[in-house]
Design a protein around this ligand. Sequence first.
Ligand code: G4P
Length: 530
Amino acid sequence: MTNRPALPPEIARRRTFAIISHPDAGKTTLTEKFLLFGGAIQMAGQVRAKGEARRTRSDFMKMEQDRGISVSASAMSFEYREFRYNLVDTPGHSDFSEDTYRTLTAVDAAIMVIDGAKGVESQTRKLFEVCRLRDLPILTFCNKMDRESRDTFEIIDEIQENLAIDVAPASWPIGVGRDFIGAYDLIHDRLDIMDRADRNKVAETVAISGLDDPKLEEHVPADLLEKLREEVEMARELLPAFDRQSFLEGHMTPIWFGSAINSFGVKELMDGIGEYGPEPLVQKATERDVAPEEKKVTGFVFKVQANMDPKHRDRVAFVRLVSGHFQRGMKLTHVRTKKPMSVSNPVLFLAADRELAEEAWGGDIMGIPNHGQLRIGDALTEGEVLHFTGIPSFAPELLQSVRATDPMKGKHLEKALMQFAEEGAAKVFKPAIGSGFIVGVVGALQFEVLASRIELEYGIPVRFEASQFTSARWVQGDKAAVEKLVNANKQHISYDHDGDVVFLTRLQWDIDRVARDYEGVTLSATKEMM
Ligand code: G4P
């Protein structure tokens, strides 16, 4: 299946992907079934806790407290057939979109799960747009076909129109709701029949030589069969056939119809990612493009998770390996500090457990425990200076000031905040004048989550309050010009966790004024994380 013969077989069999969906469409259920069929868990129900915990705010906090579950779910690997799947979790809540965007820089494809009754919902749409920016190939799973759903053509039309992408049916549902009995596999000419009695059982598959095959009559009631034949004939006339190249370029999505909770359509979807790919992709760096088949190991950090184990203040940096064959104990160069780093205890995430990784290949996701050296956007190489691009840092849209309710805890608070800033959970600004900190986030719920984490993980009760500022701009330019600006505008100046200068204000007028009055200085709403 490979169209890149230079890829070592170990890399060619890797599939690294994320699932994007609107809350409640069935992402957790689908993930669980993947793990079940991939042999990573023994019983359905082991990852349920996550889906349920997310339902309410207080439960969400509880989930954050129980780092075990949410963290091991950040990246999961499993084997199925000849393929090795790396599933990277995207946080479901819209307030965590920043984290989600970064996660999508670490994958080669995405599965879009939609609810058959609801179609394309807001969050799916947003995430889809991010995938499109990177031309990520997308496979679509239309879930909950065992419930009353929309008409199949209507669902496909909605995706085509709403998301401006061609949709090629890989399967066609037979019946709907209580009458849903399974699907016709349009790619392999097979009939897949759902087992309603056992939710974890894989569908029975019957080989069929085409829609006129009399075998169909043995399995499909006459009225449903007639409808199936009509619809498939129409679909073949009106809808494009699956074209792998167009899929790989992000112009076409194959769609499967199924029911995750009944394990229906899940294997077909897994086969789809396996067979159609993509294999680990070339990644762009400022210096050059890096291909996975290159012998030397390279990778970049796309996520940092602090305090996974509250007893040790360790952090895990999630690294997407871009190229090469990594072996435990290797010495890599940490490009930002130019320091060597012995990677002796990397971990792979296998469902509920983390496991020491003896080796990993381009395409894999590896966790590296560390004490804070590794930050989002950092590159690891065998010596070459590389800066991987495309890892976004968002302009915080909401600013609040934060204080410890116990003033004696100020220093501790600073440490906690800096850690969250490095994790990418928030932007933290230390004003040049006065005490306290300004925290910037993309979604309001992040303030609550932060307050709860600071209290839980550091034992510091804090109060977030309205800030006098509403906008933050990174100040860039030559040293003398920046200094001039800083000295004349002390009340607006603050420093982020890297020590970079940030201009805070509530007036657009101030921003315009700086642009006009200070030559050689630019104010930027984002800072590329490198
Ligand atoms: P999410 O992670 O995308 O938010 O969705 P999740 O898997 O948690 O599923 C949301 C709800 O939809 C769950 O019901 C789940 O059982 C249900 N569901 C998932 N797949 C299917 C399906 O194929 N058919 C039907 N009918 N339902 C499905 P819940 O009532 O919220 O939770 P639970 O009580 O079932 O655990």
